[in-house]
Design a protein around this ligand. Structure first.
Ligand SMILES: NC(=O)c1ccc[n+]([C@@H]2O[C@H](COP(=O)([O-])OP(=O)(O)OC[C@H]3O[C@@H](n4cnc5c(N)ncnc54)[C@H](O)[C@@H]3O)[C@@H](O)[C@H]2O)c1
Length: 315
């Protein structure tokens, strides 16, 4: 089960009348049937988020069925085809962007128009990723699309607030969540999938993969009036995966820079594979010249930890 299915179930259980909109007709029909069997409201509409016309049809039908639109969750997303910025073709790039970023743009735009008509305002929740906050070398299009979702959400939130629409727009940033998309991503890393999964769990301080419900409850909060003062923000739900990586990495760098033997520490840093392209001797001389006083030393540290290559996240 994906995040969208879990969200539909939880929102329906909490009393929402849900429209499930997806290109996968069979799964969507089945999910809406299951929700109705539990006595809740749900319909399915076949929808391709990359097409503007499809948004018009879907939202018109939702409004006709339920009398208005109060919440939109832009959840549809794809992770493939992907690759590094060197490997990716323009066609592949555009195919990821069309679903992950065009889809969110079109959905946000269409939802604002529908929500303005009711006069009740509303809540738009855009599903990004922790990879929308930090880079990753092997997934250029995916991280770019999710970074776009993050800032598009802020732009839309500011626009709605300044226009007095009472429409809130926020982004959610899941870490590793147990879904079909995540399974595909793990297999795409190559090697033994079980070993890959163990590595991911080891990087997650809470010691497990997230479950779709973990994200769905975040969506529920942002959809509800309990979050009425929350807009333009980003809700990270990742078991502390990213803070952990970031903190550990910066801590490692700081320990090295703060070591008594500056020369040795800096040489060791420059000898790491990712640093080979630097002229270590020249960089070290610059660095050494800057550390005469305490203030200068602090400045040099700041300078060093912002060299390209040092602040990327490690897989
Ligand atoms: N699973 C994770 O670890 C994870 C982590 C970070 C972010 N996310 C994001 O969460 C969202 C949901 O991911 P998931 O893991 O549940 O994936 P999933 O593959 O289980 O679900 C994605 C859904 O999007 C639908 N979809 C794809 N293209 C579409 C299109 N053009 N129009 C309409 N629907 C379309 C698919 O049919 C599918 O139902 C995605 O945006 C994904 O990028 C997931």
């Amino acid at each position: 089960m994906g995040i969208g299915a879990a969200t539909s179930r939880i929102l329906a259980r909490e009393g929402a009348r849900v429209v499930i909109a997806d290109i996968d007709t069979m799964s969507g029909e089945e999910l809406s049937r299951q929700i109705r069997n539990h006595g809740h409201h749900a319909i399915f509409i076949r929808h391709d988020v990359a097409l503007e016309e499809s948004w018009h049809l879907t939202i018109s039908r939702a409004v006709a069925e339920y009398g208005g639109l109060d919440v939109l969750v832009n959840n549809a997303g794809i992770g493939f085809p992907n690759g590094s910025v060197e490997d990716q073709t323009l066609e592949q790039w555009r195919s990821v962007m069309s679903v992950n970023l065009d889809g969110v743009f079109l959905g946000t735009k269409a939802a604002i128009a529908a929500m303005r008509k009711t006069g009740r305002g509303g809540s738009i929740i855009n599903v990004s990723s922790i990879l929308g906050i930090v880079g990753s070398p092997a997934t250029a299009a995916y991280v770019a699309s999710k970074g776009g979702v993050r800032l598009l959400s802020k732009s839309a939130a500011l626009h709605c607030a300044k226009s007095g629409y009472a429409i809130r727009v926020n982004s959610i940033h899941p870490g590793w969540i147990e879904t079909p998309l995540m399974d595909k991503s793990v297999r795409a890393r190559g090697g033994d999938p079980q070993a890959q999964r163990a590595t991911i769990v080891a990087q997650t301080p809470l010691g497990r993969f997230g479950e779709p419900d973990d994200i769905a409850y975040g969506v529920l909060y942002l959809a509800s009036d309990e979050s009425r003062f929350v807009t333009g923000t980003e809700l990270v739900i990742d078991g502390a995966t990213w803070p952990n990586k970031n903190a550990l990495f910066l801590l490692q760098q700081q320990r090295r820079f703060l070591a008594q033997d500056w020369k040795k520490a800096f040489r060791r840093l420059c000898q790491e594979p990712r640093q080979r392209h630097f002229d270590a001797q020249r960089v070290f001389q610059n660095f050494n010249a800057r550390r005469r006083s305490l203030a200068e030393r602090a400045h040099a540290e700041a300078h060093c930890i912002s060299f390209p290559g040092l602040l990327f996240h490690r897989d």
